[in-house]
Structures are given as C-alpha cells and as structure tokens.
Design a protein around this ligand. Structure first.
Ligand code: ADP
Ligand code: MG
Length: 253
C-alpha cells in the first residue's frame, strides 16, 4: 500500500456569504494521480488554491506527510507557523490554465528564476536543471525564446518544466489544457501522462475525460462545493453510483 502524501479533512471555505467548499475530504497517495472533476463553479480551483497556499481555508485540516498545514480546532482552521507552511509550500507545484509565465524573461530564465531566488541554487546548477527539463519536454531549441514567441502548448510545457525544476513532491494542474486548441492539448496531456508513468504524485482538474480515466488512480466529482462522489478510477469513470456523476462524465465525453 502506498503511503499517504496528502490528507484533507472537512475543508470548508466561504467568500462572504457564499460557501464555495463544504467539508471536502480526500487522500492522495504517493505516486498516485487524483482527478478532480466537476462543472464550472464547483470549487475545484479554490480547493487547489487552498492546498497550494494561494488561499486560506476557514475550517478543516490538511496534512502533508502527516504534518499539518492547518488543523481544525473545533471552531476554525488553525494554520501552522510560517516555517512549516513554507516547507510544505516548497513541496507543492501548481500549473495554471493560463501558464503564468514571466513575459519579459526568456524560457530559460523562467525556469531558473525561482530555483535561484527560492532554492538558492547557483546559476549553473539552475541552468543545468532547466536544460535537462527542456530536453525532456522537447523544448531545448526554445531556451532563448520569449513566451510570446511560443505556441500555447509550448508555453504550457515551459510552465510544467518550471514547476518540475523546483523538485516538488506533488504537482497540481488546474485545467492545464483549457486555453489550448485540440491539437496543442494533446502534447500537454502527453507530458502529464509521461509524468504519471514516472510515478509523479499529481492532482489534476480537467474536463478531458478520456485522459483523466487513462491517468487517474482515484477521482472525485464535485458540484456546488460538495464532493458528490469519489472512488477509484473504475468506480467513477465506468460505474459511478450517482446519476449526476454519470450524467456529468457522459456530457464531457
Ligand atoms: P471552479 O474552479 O470549479 O470553476 P472556483 O473554485 O473557481 O470553481 O469557484 C467556486 C465559487 O467560488 C464560484 O462561485 C466563484 O464565483 C467563487 N469564487 C472563487 N474565487 C472567489 C473570490 N476570490 N471571491 C469571491 N468568490 C469567489
Ligand atoms: Mg477553476
């Protein structure tokens, strides 16, 4: 049995009066892929933003390797100190729908910047790592290019390389292909698939059902801030219990 890397218990979050996450609980095992499915507005991005510390939870607990990022004390989520939060943050990477590359930096510098600034690697070490990743993602010839000179699929592969350069223990993807044409979608999905074959631990928000089914070990279906159903790949993609889950997967396939 794989070790559990992330354990989320009853995470809740409201924006003002609007509850966008209600008692979200799940586990992610090392080396596994979790897909997070659900219609627009169901809270998927907010969940990823809480896990990657871009947003704060109101209630619930979240553990990485049994260490709490926050823990519910019966009335609210209490966050761990900055040192622990930072330590956990260094283990998580997030790939966005819209790439979020620095437009005024070359591809190479986009990948080395945080390695140097955050991980304190020296420039040579950071460049060696970046070049190895560019090679792996078939982007070596783009090292000196600027983001505006790349296709959407290339931009997204650069942002995946940038995330990998930080040596995260877990990678999160928030609709990584939603901004791409179908033919560019394929090249990005292939990279994520390759990472899953290398046993990278990942959670992926996606509307690409065939892809999700192919790479996931486990899936959760969310709607209206609730987990409607969760289960292993086969139970969700081929034999979902809830009519609503089946209907959603069918409508996206
Ligand atoms: P999804 O990614 O599944 O489409 P989101 O997590 O983006 O869902 O949004 C869930 C709900 O929370 C939506 O109703 C959205 O409008 C609302 N929401 C998200 N971010 C904010 C915010 N910063 N302020 C207020 N409401 C927000
Ligand atoms: Mg979203």
């Amino acid at each position: 049995m794989n070790e559990i890397l992330i354990r989320a218990n009853n995470i809740s979050k409201a924006f003002g009066e609007v509850k966008v996450l209600n008692d979200i609980s799940f586990e992610l095992k090392k080396g596994n892929v979790l897909s997070i499915l659900g219609p627009s507005g169901s809270g998927k991005s907010t969940l990823l933003r809480i896990i990657t510390q871009l947003e704060r939870a109101d209630r619930g607990s979240l553990y990485f390797n049994d260490k709490p990022l926050f823990e519910d004390d019966g009335s609210k989520a209490n966050y761990s100190n900055n040192k622990i939060a930072r330590e956990i943050g260094l283990k998580t990477g997030l790939v966005f729908q819209n790439f979020n590359l620095f437009p005024h930096f070359t591809v190479l510098r986009n990948i080395t910047e945080a390695q140097i600034a955050v991980l304190k690697r020296d420039k040579h070490e950071a460049e060696d790592r970046a070049i190895a990743l560019l090679k792996k993602l078939s982007l070596l010839d783009k090292a000196k290019a600027y983001p505006s000179q790349l296709s959407g699929g290339q931009k997204q592969r650069v942002s995946i390389a940038r995330a990998l350069a930080m040596d995260p223990e877990v990678l999160f993807f928030d609709e990584p292909t939603s901004a791409l044409d179908p033919e560019l979608t394929r090249e990005v999905l292939n990279v994520i698939k390759q990472l899953s074959e290398e046993k990278m631990t990942m959670a992926v928000v996606t509307h690409e059902m065939e892809f999700a089914k192919a790479i996931s070990d486990h899936a959760i279906f969310m709607e209206g801030g609730y987990i409607i159903e969760e289960g292993d790949k086969d139970s969700i993609f081929t034999a979902a219990e809830k009519e609503r889950t089946r209907q959603f997967i069918h409508s996206m396939s």
